[in-house]
Design a protein around this ligand. Structure first.
Ligand SMILES: Nc1ncnc2c1ncn2[C@@H]1O[C@H](COP(=O)(O)OP(=O)(O)OP(=O)(O)O)[C@@H](O)[C@H]1O
Ligand SMILES: Nc1ncnc2c1ncn2[C@@H]1O[C@H](COP(=O)(O)OP(=O)(O)OP(=O)(O)O)[C@@H](O)[C@H]1O
Ligand SMILES: [Mg+2]
Ligand SMILES: [Mg+2]
Lengths: 168, 163, 163, 168
């Protein structure tokens, strides 16, 4: 299974619906300071539900809704391509799977969050089951965020050991 | 719990020696402060950068420490593999030579998994399979332009600021 | 003590608005959380990068934060001048355009004082008056080679790794 | 007054006596990772006595003595050039002033530290008087060390205000 595209809609500095292809292999992202590069990583963490709002540099989840757009909702979808065995013909076929996470700011400023898999609403624990099954990250360990390297180099011996605890 | 930890530790320790050697031809060792009761102590990292003597993480230079941390990150990723990895400006402490070594290490791993790497270093962009440019347009917000390096397309937005 | 602090605060606050504007044409403000009793509260930084809305330090990007911190450092240096200033890789979060803006700001200040700046960015080296190259020779230790950029001497050691 | 040269002798990764010219204006230092650039800044902090051993990335002062050399002493000297009025002729003359700090590791591993001004031994407080008089840094505020910028950006509001306290 591999990621195929990330689709942002009114998320952080991306008010317009943007579909971003993710190719196989080694992809680099470059651009000026403040242009929205790290926001794309936040979008990935958001749809995979691998981070808290603080880890996405937001005080509350509703801060992720773009201030440049004019609607109270935001969503991020991730499309995968996987090879499955067709139950009838028993032949391998490529299928596109889409998981999506959306958020709405209610009148009382609280957040309503929903998860969808191929258009059907599911719970967060179901989403994580599906992701784990496809070998995709369900914890933040696969994300090395801006300044994480410096944090790792200046940790003391005990916090450093704790990084291994999560593995066991 | 202790046995599970020790098992994971041995695998990360062995992977770290290999990744540290891969990133700089030096010797790297992970040492538990208290091997009998690992949770009572911490984890020491002792490395010998090529051509230097053994030293602890604290005495090394900014770039040497960053390379050591990256070797540990690769070792953790090997023990706990996934299909997608993301790096956000992990090369900013590295000089041109070490950036190239890191880019090559990522490129090798990207044959089996997807790596998404944010960088301002031209060396990193040139060694990737494809580069996405992001710019901020006033009142429009962030815009992504797709561009493929392999066909050595002149990256106008990239060249201007990746210097 | 409180009066002396408030006097220093007003001078740094005014200097910061100027240096923040100098580094990016944006608006920068320093605000005391408790103006009546400054020691009871902290110091907030509110900035409006050019073309964006007002925001706090926490929501900004890595490069935008670094530029804000550098504006504060310049403001502190203006209020408390000395003959010599030292910067060790302060440009590593900056893209090419912002590195050039910072290098020009240093060059202007270096007409009256000495600035010593360690950097891997080619843009920073090219805008300085002179560059010292440092290399590590096995068993010899660190060796400094002097070189002057102004005569656009081809910096072989620099070019190779400043990419 | 301006700095004119830094002379290291058996200090950190500089085992051989090295005289490094410091010109007027804007000087950059560049070189591969681990080549000794930040050690030059540590040498400046050492001779100006503006930092603790920890600020120079050493556990004890004796760790600053080069392990690549084979003597138990290290020293750093800073040469200044200043324009003074000659007491007799009343004309401005340029004079070179040298301040030097040296350290010796004793048999019991403790450190013996000495300060010299133009060859005459002086105390640390005299050195700081002279430096202050010449407009040179006597506190670490003029040194922005590796990763200080990131530390400043991630400080909370109160530690950030404390940076101003030192100014008052
Ligand atoms: N909810 C939001 N609505 C609109 N814009 C937002 C929102 N949240 C964050 N931003 C903007 O996103 C910008 C930061 O983007 P990001 O951190 O992705 O930059 P970057 O490209 O990673 O830059 P750098 O190279 O400096 O790290 C900020 O300028 C901020 O104003
Ligand atoms: N007392 C000492 N004797 C010999 N070598 C030492 C001593 N103290 C530190 N070193 C060496 O100095 C090196 C670090 O140098 P320094 O921190 O100046 O590098 P740098 O040029 O700033 O690199 P970077 O670009 O990665 O920041 C280390 O590799 C360390 O082994
Ligand atoms: Mg970023
Ligand atoms: Mg350094």
């Amino acid at each position: 299974v591999r990621a195929d595209a990330l689709v942002l809609d009114n998320f952080k500095s991306f008010p317009r619906k943007s579909r971003i292809p993710i190719r196989e292999g080694f992809t680099t992202i470059s651009g000026p300071n403040g242009s929205g590069k790290s926001n794309l990583i936040d979008a990935l963490q958001f749809v995979l539900a691998t981070s808290s709002s603080k880890g996405m540099r937001a005080d509350r989840l509703t801060d992720l809704i773009s201030e440049l757009g004019n609607k109270p909702t935001a969503s991020v979808a991730l499309e995968f391509v996987g090879t499955f065995t067709d139950p009838e013909t028993k032949l391998p076929i490529e299928r596109v799977i889409q998981c999506k996470r959306s958020i709405r700011r209610r009148k009382d400023k609280s957040a309503q969050v929903k998860y969808h898999l191929n258009g059907n609403q599911i719970r967060l624990c179901d989403l994580h089951d599906v992701l784990r099954h496809m070998g995709l990250p369900t914890s933040g360990q696969n994300f090395v965020l801006q300044n994480d390297v410096i944090r790792l180099t200046s940790m003391g011996p005990v916090p450093r050991r704790q990084v291994l605890d999560e593995l066991a | 719990k202790k046995t599970a930890f020790l098992e994971a530790f041995v695998r990360v320790r062995d992977a770290f020696s290999k990744t540290y050697y891969e990133l700089g031809r030096g010797e790297g060792r992970l040492i538990l402060e208290d091997p009998k009761d690992p949770f009572a102590g911490g984890l020491q990292i002792k490395v010998r950068p090529r051509g230097k003597k053994l030293s602890r993480m604290e005495v090394m230079s900014g770039g040497e420490k960053a390379l050591t941390a990256l070797a540990l990150i690769f070792a953790l990723q090997e023990v706990n593999p996934a299909a997608l990895f993301v790096f956000d400006e992990v090369d900013k402490d590295l000089d041109g030579v070490n950036t190239k070594i890191l880019a090559e290490a990522i490129r090798r791993r990207a044959e089996e998994r997807q790596y998404i790497v944010i960088s301002h270093h031209r060396t990193m962009l040139e060694l990737s399979n494809q580069t996405l440019g992001v710019t901020m347009r006033k009142d429009f917000g962030s815009v992504v332009t797709g561009v493929t390096v392999d066909q050595s397309v002149e990256l106008t937005t990239e060249r201007a600021h990746a210097a």
